[in-house]
Ligand binder design. Structure first.
Ligand SMILES: [Cu+2]
Length: 122
């Protein structure tokens, strides 16, 4: 029984990995990495607009400098954990081939203004 559960778990991980690969945009990677620090100010991200050269890998160092629980979630499915105030997490967003939104998935934070955009610069 335990073995069967383990096998199912592995299958789910494999499926998730495959889905992750197929959702990557068809773009020539530059081999460069753009690293951006994103902080929280009240109920918004700063910066809320990030520009990334086409094909760069984007790494976001998310610092919860706010006073509530927050996370950061990207349009391609990458996301941080929910962080307490003062915590930091580095999220590898992957190679960026198209414009993308990002937002906080906690409660109604997105509606309150916790969202932003990643713009591809060609
Ligand atoms: Cu939030």
């Amino acid at each position: 029984m335990k073995k069967r559960i383990l096998a199912l778990g592995l299958a789910l991980v494999a499926a998730a990995t495959l889905t992750g690969c197929s959702s990557e945009p068809d773009v020539e990677p530059t081999g460069h990495t753009t690293t951006v620090t994103v902080q929280v100010q009240g109920m918004s991200y700063t910066p809320s607009e990030i520009e990334v050269p086409l094909g760069d890998e984007l790494v976001v160092e998310f610092e919860n400098t706010g006073t509530d629980l927050h996370d950061i979630e990207f349009g391609n499915g990458e996301a941080s954990e929910r962080l307490n105030p003062g915590e930091t997490e580095t999220v590898n967003v992957g190679v960026v081939g198209e414009d993308m939104d990002f937002w906080c998935s906690v409660s109604n934070h997105r509606a309150m203004g916790m969202e932003g955009t990643i713009t591809v610069a060609e």
